[in-house]
Design a protein around this ligand. Structure first.
Ligand code: DGL
Length: 259
């Protein structure tokens, strides 16, 4: 495997670009290929079997483009399929899981909130991380409808604000001091969330941790790109490319591909 080969990232849609941004900021020399499977979003309502099958399809797309490592930039795909991906393909995988641990350790009220998809909250991997913190009350909330609105480009719609208020205000009443964003789409909602919850509640997501872990694994496998050539960033979607271009603020070109 050459170290100039790209890092592959995939998500059920455009949300995983929040992870891509962190990876690109930390590793600007790396070539990357991002795959948005928006046609099949949301993954959060699909069965484990369906999520595994879509994750395999996405992985094969990226491996056919010679990716040296795969970042599963989706909590739902990670918590349901990463074990199967690691068993099936011979490349390193980096997954993303809700940041329960740092929130639980730092909580002063011993009460934290998590907003994630149904698929993530119902997964075995998520249940395991929750049982590690028996002294902390963890308020779980499914973000019904949020991914669809983000995929439609409706981040600032009144419907979005209404949904967020209905999910977050009950957590505030229960005295959470940390809000964990357990879906890679949700960092795009931080400005709206900040208008709803008090400023003493800290919001955390896993983007930076994923980028650091990606760097660590590239180093360990001796496949960090040390080339001085300008790196290329390529984006594919199987849905309307303008939605992905908008979230990337038109700084990157997006290719449409029906996969
Ligand atoms: N970005 C995905 C995640 O992190 C969204 C899942 C979905 O498509 O429902 O969970």
């Amino acid at each position: 495997m050459k170290n100039t080969n790209p890092i592959g990232l995939f998500d059920s849609g455009i949300g995983g670009t929040s992870i891509w941004k962190e990876v690109h900021a930390l590793l600007p020399n790396e070539n990357t290929i991002y795959l948005a499977d928006s046609k099949n979003a949301p993954y959060g309502l699909k069965s484990k079997e369906e999520i595994i099958s879509l994750s395999c399809k996405n992985t094969e797309f990226l491996l056919n483009k010679n990716c040296k490592i795969i970042v599963v930039a989706c909590n739902t795909a990670t918590t349901n399929a990463i074990k199967e991906l690691r068993a099936k393909y011979d490349v390193p995988f980096i997954g993303i899981e809700p940041a329960i641990k740092p929130a639980a350790i730092q909580s002063k009220t011993n009460c934290i909130g998590i907003l994630a998809t149904k698929g993530t909250l119902n997964s075995e991997l998520f249940h395991k991380s929750v049982t590690n913190h028996p002294d902390v009350k963890i308020i779980e909330q499914i973000g019904h409808g949020l991914v669809q609105l983000i995929e439609n480009g409706d981040i600032n719609s009144p419907e979005m604000i209404e949904l967020l208020e209905s999910y977050l205000l009950p957590m505030v009443e229960k005295n959470i001091d940390y809000l964990v964003l357990g879906c890679s789409h949700y960092p795009y909602l931080i400005p709206q969330i900040k208008k709803i919850i008090p400023s003493n509640i800290k919001i955390i997501d896993s983007g930076e941790a994923v980028a650091k872990q990606t760097k660590r694994i590239l180093e360990e496998n001796n496949i960090l790109n040390n080339s001085i050539e300008i790196a290329t960033q390529t984006f594919y979607t199987n849905s309307d490319p303008t939605v992905l271009e908008n979230i990337l603020e038109n700084k990157e070109k997006v290719f449409y591909k029906n996969f």
